[in-house]
Design a protein around this ligand. Structure first.
Ligand code: PMP
Length: 427
């Protein structure tokens, strides 16, 4: 009963109030986590998208980290140079979509990667100061990225007003079309409706598109509910953006690093962003890291315009290099296993299943208007936890299913059968 005591004390001393499960972690091994009482859990959360290579990390990544740690860790990456930082930058430039010269800015988290992207595009053209983001999006909790975030009101309302000059538009959610109007069911109509809203409402009445610097999006909305947009959406959005000279920022913090079966999720959508933000799994589950990869002509105009203390840490970057190598090798199996997840999940008593690779969302709703069934969703998470399966919510009534990419078929089946049993007992 060590756990209970630590939970009670933690609630007293720690300011984190977003805890979903009363779990006190002790150690991890592959896809398995153990609490301080020795209970074992199968992880279908990947430590919310960080442990794509399992727990504590892939042995080769641990070796790379150890070797680098003995040489140099903190290395003032924004003041001096170091070799792992250069290697990781080159690798990211090579792996990210876009056959144009690119540069990389390193930081320590997703929100910092997004902050850097905001600054980059805002200084790119003095007459472009506005930003477009999507309803349901999550881009972080520091003030710039919070201003772009629009997934859970509690994260935002009491802190306002946030950054001025941000306009939010609906995200093309094929399961719950944002207008609640019949007629947007097919993917093309949904795409057109969103772009029509952008052009005929936002650009026509609220902001001159010639003053918009960028549109930021998640290729699949993560915190907002694991929402997969129609295949053609981003290429259409790109056309609109190019027409007005607006830059596209692709936030891959949660969906990048192999999660969707491609190295970066946007590769599933035939579109090329100008800026890509990365964090979470790039640190191999071992170290914090953030990276902003951008087309070179967007580079900061003056030295010292943006910087930080810890970005470019040599250990974090050595880990990043090895992590990307291993993720690349895992991609075929991510796609293969993804099929198993799709097959099994679509047979469960859930109201929607969507996903790519090993990023799946299931949703629970009520009635014709698809009212979010938060109660059932929360109960599924709670009951699964009691049976040793870790799940986390997304949006109002979805569950994200994101096992580490190293999960075996047998382990996947163990988790899926717990989930099925729990849902059957509740519906
Ligand atoms: N962008 C996306 C898409 C995210 O999912 C998150 C974290 N959930 C962030 C940014 C912020 O990352 P961090 O928590 O590392 O600041």
């Amino acid at each position: 009963m060590e756990s209970r005591k630590i939970v009670e004390e933690s609630e007293q001393f720690l300011a984190t109030s977003t805890r979903e499960l009363p779990l006190v972690l002790d150690r991890g091994e592959g896809v398995w986590l153990y609490d301080v009482d020795g209970n074992k859990y199968l992880d279908f959360t990947s430590g919310i998208g960080v442990n794509n290579l399992g727990w504590p990390s892939h042995p080769e990544v641990i070796r790379a980290a150890e070797a680098q740690m003995k040489k140099l860790a903190h290395s003032m990456g924004n003041d001096f140079y170091n070799v792992p930082q250069l290697e990781l930058a080159k690798k990211l430039v090579q792996l990210t979509p876009g056959e144009f010269p690119k540069k990389v800015f390193f930081s320590n988290s997703g929100t910092e990667a997004v902050e850097a992207s905001i600054k980059l595009i805002k200084q790119s053209d003095p007459k472009r100061k506005y930003l477009i983001a999507f309803i349901g999006s999550f881009h972080g909790r520091t003030f710039g990225s919070l201003s772009l975030t629009a997934s859970r009101p509690v994260q935002k309302y009491l802190f306002g007003p946030t950054l001025p000059g941000v306009f939010h538009i609906p995200y093309p959610n094929p399961f719950r079309n944002p207008w609640h109007i019949n007629g947007y069911e097919d993917p093309d109509s949904l795409i057109n409706a969103v772009l029509e809203y952008l052009e005929s409402w936002v650009f026509a009445h609220l902001v001159d598109p010639e003053e918009v610097a960028g549109i930021i999006f998640e290729p699949i909305q993560g915190e907002g509910g694991y929402v997969v947009p129609p295949k053609g959406f981003f290429s259409q959005l790109e056309k609109t953006a190019r027409k007005y000279g607006i830059y596209l920022i692709d936030d891959e913090v949660q969906m990048g690093m192999g999660r969707t079966g491609k190295m970066f999720a946007i590769e599933n959508f035939n579109s090329t962003p100008d800026v890509i933000t990365l964090a979470k799994a790039l640190g191999g589950g071992l170290y914090p890291i953030g990276a902003t990869v951008f087309r070179k002509d967007l580079d900061f105009k003056k030295k010292g315009m943006h910087s930080n203390t810890f970005g470019g840490n040599a250990v974090a970057c050595a880990i990043g290099v090895k992590t990307l190598e291993i993720v690349k090798e895992l991609l075929p199996r991510v796609n293969e296993l993804g099929k198993l997840f799709q097959e099994e999940l679509t047979q469960m008593k859930v109201d929607d299943v969507r996903g790519l690779g090993l990023a799946w969302g299931i949703e629970f709703v009520r009635g014709e208007r698809k009212e979010p069934d938060t109660k059932t969703r929360d109960k599924v998470i709670e009951e699964s936890f009691k049976k040793g399966l870790l799940l986390l919510p997304a949006g109002k009534s979805a569950i994200r299913i994101i096992p580490p990419l190293v999960i075996s078929e047998e382990e996947a089946k163990v988790g899926l059968s717990i989930l099925k049993e729990v849902i059957n007992s509740l519906r």
